[in-house]
Design a protein around this ligand. Structure first.
Ligand code: SF4
Ligand code: SF4
Length: 207
């Protein structure tokens, strides 16, 4: 026959303390649960500080962040960065490695239950910069400006960055469409992808 184990002194003391002080647990969800400051909950993009570089997707171990570029016209496109927080493991690597340091943050929001997983997304959209010769994606407007501003006077070593800076200051107007002519001297003052700029420089140097 099984014998009933007698409570130890420590267990009795804890039971009496709980009776006087009340339980350690809270009656969630009837009472709100306030997470600590350092809690890692639902990630959110901060539109103002995110430049759309996509670095967060490259460091995400759960592959929860998707980057897709859509070309919407001969000289326009949009980058969509979509974070599927139903795949997120809340490790904080995206926040830690964000190039601006403030483009994404893990909030204190923890109540993320949903009936439809398609709703479990947050994201940001940024305007793309396309190569004016071949149409390849260079990066986003905000990303190029962020690099140009961060480099300061050194940005003047790269014509693409100079154009990005001067455009922000209103010193560069809309450039005329270049047509189908081969790459040449006039393309020096256009935004080109690294491949086309290399081709231009090689042609200029070696004929
Ligand atoms: S700026 Fe930060 S949050 Fe935005 S895409 Fe780049 S790494 Fe991600
Ligand atoms: S917290 Fe971790 S798993 Fe979640 S999106 Fe950021 S990097 Fe990916």
């Amino acid at each position: 026959m099984a014998t009933i184990r007698r409570p130890k002194i420590r267990e009795l003391r804890e039971a009496i303390t709980a009776l006087i002080k009340g339980p350690y647990t809270i009656k969630y969800p009837r009472e709100p649960s306030i997470p600590p400051e350092t809690y890692r909950g639902k990630p959110e993009y901060v539109e103002e500080y995110c430049v759309g570089c996509g670095a967060c997707s490259q460091v995400c171990p759960a592959r929860a962040i998707e980057v897709s570029d859509e070309i919407t016209g001969p000289r326009s496109g949009v980058r969509r960065i979509t974070l599927h927080y139903d795949h997120c493991i809340f490790c904080g690597q995206c926040q830690r490695n964000c190039i601006t340091g403030m483009g994404i943050r893990l909030t204190n929001e923890y109540d993320l239950a949903t009936f439809d997983r398609k709703e479990a997304v947050v994201g940001v959209e940024k305007e793309l910069v396309l190569c004016e010769y071949c149409g390849a994606v260079i990066s986003t407007v905000d990303h190029i400006r962020w690099i140009a501003e961060g480099m300061g006077p050194k940005a003047y070593a790269s014509l693409g960055l100079v154009l990005a800076l001067h455009e922000r200051l209103g010193l560069v107007g809309e450039t005329a469409p270049r047509g189908d002519i081969p790459i040449g001297r006039s393309d020096h003052v256009r935004l080109l992808c690294p491949k086309c700029r290399r081709e231009l420089i090689v042609r200029e140097e070696w004929g």
